[in-house]
Design a binder for this molecule. Structure first.
Ligand code: FAD
Length: 589
């Protein structure tokens, strides 16, 4: 490739320098200039509802990436620009004489739609697009093609397909050098001068103005209201009267309208931290070789997790999933006792689940997020279903549903259901943006087929708002699984609201941590304080019904009713159910 290639490298799902096949493809072009860009996309920032913890993690990861870029090439940094990418990038190509746009493939439905438009714009601008898979173990596009366009509804299906696709590619090293982000006839010698030149080149760039949602998600545990929709006019500026360095800098939480005092930064972002954590995990060869997901405890908090807690880093691409895979393989070899577990329970199996949902979503598209039109999702007559207008758009703000279900959904979200296990998990989610997988099982089953009979879409929305690791494939996929709407059919398997957590921790550590008003209850009543005699409640300094709510429903009664409903729905409706599921070959985890 000639020295005249000028690359705009657009970071999206890959906030890292190590094992980035897309970045390597950019460097293989031997470019004369490389502009490392992050585009602050209003579709993500404003139209999508995102809580403060996810934003904080993203900004930390962007800052870490920018520092990594500068450490590799002292006259470069992440160039943050703001606006609708389909409008903004063509302007940058023109102003920066770009010949190539290089991206890691974003296989989600929104990512594909956006990238189709980008490709059309690039064609018009005579910019060549190089898109490389690196976000999953295997390319979802290729897997779906090999599955004849069908979604992968079981781990066994995915494993069968990828067994013909060769090994997961070995990870690549981070580049030792990066080309400068410089204009064609630049004479600049310093980063400051380069940025000033680039800032001048943005003069007159249009602002994005449009409807969006703004403001922090409330994590006020005492609030009794659901966080409202925040539709308002927003403007994204690229030209400000600040310094050039400030112009391209990673924004602060405050500057994007988020309240930094909300949430808790228990889980910090960035590639260096991700690599450090992975190295620490893999140093413990026994932990890796004997990892079995059902045996990990959901009652351990994010400060001392029983699983890897690497999901946020995979979500933003701070960690390469291929490196995760191969480091696990290496660690297993070092364990003298041999590898004790296999997929789907072991760590490799967990990563394959991530691929399975990505490939399912890839085949279904946008409808994977919802009940309506989703060919794999079984229809249930859930309360609080999603309503659509005549164009098929979701109606927002939502028309109110029945009062009981609305109140239950609100209590669920706020961690005020009166069931300490559910409340502790939901408060952990809202406060810190993460929850153990089996905790997610508990709350998702509770909200849907277990107790509340509320549509899984509403639960998925709450997760979307608060999870740092929120993923457009894994989130709806797992919600469908837990509500027995797809992937999993054993609806008679439920999680006791006291018996399930007690299997892992009789002392109720998670409850004591996130529901401090219950902290002084003896172990015997920690998951069922409503059964404690009055004198025990008084001694614990917490009167049920006054200092902590009564249970909002009867666990056994609702379980029985919902089991009947599930039975009827299953008998009446096989809509979209895949053959593997009907044959009972779906995996249980
Ligand atoms: P580990 O057990 O250490 O697993 C390692 C990695 O494997 C994870 O980081 C994750 O990337 C992947 N993984 C593990 N289990 C799953 C799974 N069931 N599905 C997909 N990937 C998996 N995971 C997300 O990454 N984003 C989501 O939005 C999400 N929503 C979920 C919603 C519900 C209702 C449920 C039940 C699960 C959801 N999960 C989601 C899956 C899973 O709970 C998390 O990936 C996991 O808890 C993250 O913690 P970890 O990194 O310690 O996982």
């Amino acid at each position: 490739m000639s020295k005249s290639a000028r690359v705009l490298y657009w970071f999206r799902t890959d906030l890292r320098l190590h094992d980035s096949p897309a970045l390597q493809a950019a460097l293989d072009l031997k470019p004369a200039a490389l502009f490392p860009v992050w585009c602050w996309d209003p579709n993500y920032v404003y139209k999508h509802r995102v809580g403060v913890n996810r934003f904080r993690f993203l900004l930390e990861s962007m800052n870490a990436l920018s520092e990594r870029i500068t450490a590799t090439q002292s006259n470069s940094q992440l160039l943050v620009v703001r606006g609708e990418p389909t409008e903004l990038l063509p302007e940058l190509w023109k102003r920066w004489n770009i010949t190539h746009l290089v991206i890691e493939k974003d296989p989600s439905a929104y990512g594909r739609r956006r990238d189709t438009l980008i490709r059309e714009a690039a064609k018009k601008s005579k910019v060549e697009v190089v898109a490389v898979q690196g976000h999953h173990l295997f390319d979802p596009e290729e897997v779906v093609k090999r599955n004849k366009g069908k979604p992968t509804m079981a781990m066994s299906t995915l494993q069968k397909i990828v067994s013909d696709m060769g090994d997961v590619p070995k990870p690549l090293d981070a580049p030792k050098d990066l080309p400068l982000p410089q204009l064609k006839d630049s004479k600049s010698k310093t980063l400051k001068d380069l940025l000033a030149e680039l800032a001048d080149s943005l003069d007159g760039l249009p602002h994005y103005t449009g409807k969006g949602r703004e403001g922090p998600a409330s994590v006020d545990l005492n609030s009794t209201e659901l966080d409202g929709q925040r539709d308002k006019e927003v403007t994204c500026y690229n030209t400000v009267n600040g310094e050039a360095a400030e112009l391209f800098a990673v924004p602060t939480l405050e500057s994007i309208g988020m309240d930094a005092s909300k949430g808790r930064d228990t889980i910090k972002g960035g590639e260096p931290l991700a690599l450090e954590k992975l190295a620490k995990i893999c140093k413990d060869a026994e932990y890796v070789a004997t990892f079995a997901k059902p045996k990990t405890s959901p009652s351990q908090s994010a400060e001392d997790p029983s699983t890897t807690l690497l999901s946020p880093y995979l979500k933003f691409g701070c960690l390469s999933v291929r490196k995760f895979w191969w480091d696990v393989e290496e660690a297993k070899k070092k364990y003298k006792g041999g590898s004790k577990t296999g997929p789907p329970e072991n760590l490799n199996g967990q990563l394959l689940f991530r691929d399975m949902y990505a490939c399912a979503e890839h085949a279904i598209g946008d409808d994977f997020q919802r009940v309506r039109g989703n060919e794999v999702c079984r229809y249930m007559d859930w309360y609080l279903p999603t309503h659509y207008d005549k164009n098929g758009e979701v109606i927002l703000p939502r028309p109110p549903g029945d009062a009981v279900s609305e109140a239950r959904l609100s209590a669920f979200k706020l961690g005020q259901t009166g069931f300490p296990w559910i409340d502790a998990l939901m408060r952990q989610l809202r406060l810190e943006g993460w929850m153990h997988h089996l905790g997610r099982h508990s709350v998702a089953a509770f909200l849907t087929r277990g107790q509340c009979w509320i549509s899984w879409e509403r639960g998925a929305e709450i997760f979307d708002e608060y999870l740092i690791d929120w993923d457009p494939c894994s989130n709806p996929g797992n919600w469908m699984w837990l509500s027995c709407s797809a992937f999993f059919t054993q609806y008679f398997r439920l999680y006791g609201l006291a018996t399930f957590p007690a299997k892992y921790d009789k002392t109720g550590a998670l409850v004591r941590k996130y529901c401090p008003e219950l902290a002084k209850f003896p172990d015997k009543y920690i998951y069922e304080p409503f059964n404690a005699p009055k004198d025990v409640q008084q001694k614990a300094g917490c009167i049920i019904g006054k200092d902590y709510p009564f249970p909002m429903l009867d666990e056994k009664e609702t379980k029985g009713e919902n089991m009947q409903r599930m039975k009827i729905c299953y008998q009446a409706n096989l809509h979209g159910t895949s053959k593997e599921v009907l044959d009972g070959k779906a995996d249980d985890m």
